[in-house]
Design a protein around this ligand. Sequence first.
Ligand code: AMP
Length: 492
Amino acid sequence: MKPKKNKPTKPVEKKMTVKDRGKKSAAVAAAPEKAPNKKTYNVLRGMHDILPKEEKYWKLVSQAAESLAEYFQFGRIETPLLEETSLFVRSIGRGTDVVDKEMYSFEDRDGARVCLRPEATASVVRAYIGNGMWNMTQPIKVWYQGPMFRHDRPQAGRYREFFQAGFETLGAKDPSADAELILVAYSFFKDIGLPVTVAINSIGTPEERERYINELTSYYRSKRSYLCEECRARLAKNPLRLLDCKEAGCQPVKESAPQIVDWLTEESRSYFMKVLEYLDELSIPYMLTPTLVRGLDYYTHTVFEIYPVLNKPDNQAEQTQPGQPRELGSAGSPDLPAGRQGAVAGGGRYDLLIEELGGRPAPAAGVAIGIERAIVALKAYNEENKIVFSEPKFTIFFAQLGDEAKRRALKIITDLRGSGIRVAFNFFKNSLKTQLETANSLGVAYVVILGQKEVQDKTVIVRDMESGVQEIVDQKKLEHILKKKLETESGK
Ligand code: AMP
């Protein structure tokens, strides 16, 4: 057979493989302006990205929660984001906004009805029962931090994915347990620098509540014609929620409504008084709030919410004197100092939930802090009071000149990290002038300079930014010399 002559071929356009397509989309991602007809993606409604510029706040709140947990001996618990839907339906209850309108509930690939957790208490209780924690020495004190999901109507401070840090005490019923949880949450806000006040109430036992709800329902029925559309629906579905109404037209009705404290037995009342005595002793500012009932079914006895006190830093002292709680009018939360801002934390006792979810009866209580709300309130408070948020500063900047110096610099910086010295640098700027400008804007005390010559000599130049004096230092001695300089610096 005659060998085929290799015909010079014109370049054929190769079909794009999946791999190539991946390459192309990476290029597109780097320069989106070149692909105007490609779909771009936005974050889902009600969800948000947490960007590096927010990091200082997130670090602050995480560290505050973690160190309180450590001090008050709450062990960390992590539960899955996904749980059986019925866990939340049974605990939070039908007729609540969370269950009726806000759950991200769907069928998974096995046909199981699952739900992105709207809160973590039910999950913690499930874990307490399922892991036999009820069999250990009681109480079990746990804390968590993580995202929750509620298909809520997005607005300022209200997201569909939001973070909570929560503390739960399971297997104990004592006023000190309720007070400790309030103290932990209160201390959290104190530690991050946000003045807050506690709105508190007792909703007693289910029997007491039922008697109260009967009274409340017949009172509201007699006022039906004055009520807003939503309140009329609440009257049929979940009468306690009538007390949450913020509609102006419903306020006069709400103000004269019967109050749950009047329907508590002596025992429940005395329990509540003991919790308040603890708060007095701890000088935690609180307001008795008869309309505070919390939305979820599982609460019993103590319920509370925490609100930021904005505007005046000394407002807190004005709000309550220990032993003299300020009684809120029955208008309740709208009268709170930062009603417009919303609660930054909420919690209460849930003595029947463990049994309701199939466990051996055991009392429990908990609190959840809304991280985004805490950060928003803290920023607003700092802004109003001209408080500058201090960040850890860099004291050393490493400047490099040339490729070889850059390589060596990265090694030296890594070694310095090993000895705990924090160094700022920017390898994407090559001129010494620009690097020194960056160093200046960071306000560092020293700049370490590594050029071609220093690489050869195995030295670096250490420049004192205040005096402008420079010295040549052996690379091997750099760590020791910087440590000494930093010690002197911190003593200044
Ligand atoms: P809850 O148990 O529902 O009262 O939630 C406790 C805390 O979580 C609230 O006081 C808020 O600070 C926060 N929180 C609740 N729902 C949202 C939401 N949709 N977006 C942001 N934070 C929320």
